[in-house]
Design a protein around this ligand. Sequence first.
Ligand code: SF4
Length: 221
Amino acid sequence: MRKRPFDIEEAMPRLRKAVAPYPKAALFELAAEGHTSVFEILAACILSIRTRDETSLPVARALFAQARTPAELAALPVEQIDRLIQGCAFHEAKARTIRDIARRTVQEHGGVLPCDRDVLLSFHGVGPKCANLTLGIVCGLPLIGVDIHVHRVANRWGYVRTTTPEKTMTALQEKLPRPYRIEINALLVPFGKHVCTGTRPKCSTCPLMEMCRQVGVASHR
Ligand code: SF4
């Protein structure tokens, strides 16, 4: 097939349609359910690290059913937080991280986390992915949350050519139009899970086939 240049303006509506049948990415789903504070989405992002959405989403809901504000979470013993989140990978470390963030939020920020990237990155256990996703989803800041799906798919398109999610974040920050910077994660997580999968991507039925360079896809399926 003769390929056209990759056109992000054309790709976005096709992506929206392609992922419509699938569940939303966990953080966007939680926000749609009303978990719209910086603290909640940051805590949910920490829970999601190295943990599938199918696990981290119900765990986040269960945690927030017990305590959803920094003050409420800071008042819980770390062992109780650990029990609530034990379905997640690294739950002991995550329980300590979330409780520390809750305590510092109460002590240093009057109980409410601000829309401030430097503040979020000052917490042990919070990296650029979670800081950007949280500030994009909750605060509307045009920051790109790059996880393994965004990294893999954007490279397969040939839209970026990078070797790590961190480098992809930098490349997309320079290239991706601002209106798409928050939405790209919401689209590429389900697209990467169901269409442009890690192994055996569904290229033959993919709506982006005519413009995707299929970089690194075995024998151009
Ligand atoms: S054509 Fe294949 S490699 Fe390209 S986006 Fe679609 S599924 Fe992924």
